[in-house]
Design a protein around this ligand. Sequence first.
Ligand code: V47
Length: 377
Amino acid sequence: MHMAPELEPIVDKVEQGARLSFEDGVRLFQCRDLLSVGWLANRVRQRLHGNYAYFNQNRHINPTNICAVHCNFCSFRRNGDEEDAYWWTPEEIVERVRPDVGPHITEFHIVGGLHPELGLEYYCEIFRQLKAAYPWVHIKAMTAVEVHFLAELEGLDYKTVLRRMKEAGLDSMPGGGAEIFAERVRRRICPEKATADQWLEIHRQAHRLGIRSNATMLYGHIETYEDRVDHLLRLRALQDETGGFQTFIPLAFHPMNNGLGKKVNREWTTGVDDLKVIAVSRLLLDNFPHIKAYWVMLTPQMAQIALNFGADDIDGTVMEERIYHDAGATTPQHLASPALLRYIRAAGCVPVERDTVYNVIRVYEDEAPQPVEAVQG
Ligand code: V47
């Protein structure tokens, strides 16, 4: 394959399994040859995962949209006095999810607003009641931002908050709230919540307690390529130290119904940038096992293409997504597993149903991967 000449030194490093530098990362983002960058990332994905592409069957739960802080990219938050502001009791949550939760569901993904009156015990009670009602379901809950907020609210240190939640049933943590670590950007998009160092410290503490976690990056707003690379390398450094991260999920900024969207003229990320972020993440995060193309955010069609640009996971069935749909997403709020299988197979991959910590539940090798034309329509 013909490679962009400026990528040659990077290709050599990748072929030798050598680590890429800050400058390499910036060069990859600057490169106009998307296919070369994608080809390289795809090689790394294949080296790590062969032709397997992962998904799970999960159910999102957002216990409240009432939030004490004002991140200007967020369309989900409410002050509390609006008609659509809400919070659910633990009992309401257990009943709300009941129609969807059969033995096939393996994960609750629980994140929400920073409600000033809902303390640690409220969340512990949600975990206890969900575990009592659905003991087989893994609880992936609480971003580092929520953990920081609860620590301040309760006057406790991070470790104590995490330990108490673990005792109540929390199994792992999602990757939200990381946004962009660079101070200049963070000051402008989310000045009131956990800082970059606090976000990283909470994940460090979680990993030490045996709580695995994911990491994210919100891109496509006012950040530079250098900010993206800085973000990825800070995650890589923490992963070197703890090994507790499982998956990295780049999050494309959705510009509707929020202040930041207005600042960027309601411009959405482009398909080329979306694929490039996936590819560069795969190449720089050499110590992260998985890169997720979150279909809710990218569209199932783009997530499917991303499986050939470095991603090996497209997330799950989701069921009730609010954060992206409040911000203008036009994707469905739920995809049943046959649809996920179809997208993965048409990408030339073998679908692998996993649990949250990547134990394999089922490899769908029964049907040979089909060329895209065969499954159109
Ligand atoms: O933390 C909020 C982001 C995150 C917008 O760990 C926005 O498996 C784009 O973290 N445009 C929550 N992004 C989602 C998240 C996540 C999703 C799927 C899987 C996992 C995982 C984690 O969504 C927030 C914030 O960074 N976000 N508003 C917006 N307008």
